[in-house]
Design a protein around this ligand. Sequence first.
Ligand code: TXA
Ligand code: MG
Length: 303
Amino acid sequence: MAFPTETVYGLGASAFCPPAVEKIFIAKGRPASNPLLVHVSNFKQVEDIAREITPSARLLMDNFWPGPLSIILPARDNVPDIVRGGKDSVGLRMPSHPVALALIEQAGPLAAPSANLSGRPSPVTAGHVKNDLDGRIAAVLDAGATGLGLESTIIDLSNGRFRVLRRGGIPVEELEILLGEKVEVNLSASEQFVHYQTSTRVVLAGNKEEFQKCLEELQSGLKLGVVIYDNYSNGLCSLYEFSNQLKIYELDLETTNNKLYSILRDAEAEGLDVLLFCPLPLDLTGTASSWADRIRQAASKFA
Ligand code: TXA
Ligand code: MG
């Protein structure tokens, strides 16, 4: 069953029921080697799942849970192989969405990836879930749009180091402040950094000149959308703003505003051929750098 969290919708099954978990992989078309995060609602469950909870792990949990941080720890043997994707570790997350917490409190720990077809943008509404998975899953628990619209940050503590595998809802800088040291970011260490498949071609302009060139080339005969960033892209689109061939989307990189994945799916629904993203500002920090990762991910095929 799909359910809301404060980040994106998840597709959940009891973490200790391998046949139910298998159905998640089938519904999503997800490779068996890609492990699932286990969603918990209390610390007793964490102790039943993680073999070791280091002081740093405890510190992170005390500060950021419930909330958009997933922590990878050594797994106990009783955590089914299918959940761990065959690894020795397991990812744990305590969501802050009241519906998610109530569900886990009733059902026990839930193994849950984002509720999209494998390789597609994460769903931030029940409608997005149905778009991808209607007829493939039992139900969607609809609680409206999720709050952040950006997945959890993933930190791997399973081998004595601090390593971020995915930027997300909790900025890396906040982890570093709490842990009192620099945290390595290694996005390619996890299987998540794959290209998003959308029927609209997504292009990210590297700089202003490339943006203008793309805009001129793509204008002719194609249905084009442009994404501008509030505070950054002012002026870039002024010439074209009134062109009725062009759909303009605004995205504020500084806030967790639930918009990017909706824009990608809207572009598809509108039948746009190309969605052109303005050049990303340099030196982004905080959640803006998480959004930038996702934009690069959506456009990676055309880089
Ligand atoms: O915000 C979120 O984290 C959402 C909501 C539903 O909680 N969940 C989510 O799950 O984004 P998913 O499966 O779409 O992304 C989790 C990522 C996957 O790329 C997976 O490879 C990685 O976490 N992961 C999970 N367990 C891992 C482990 N033991 N070692 C390394 N990577 C792991
Ligand atoms: Mg996902």
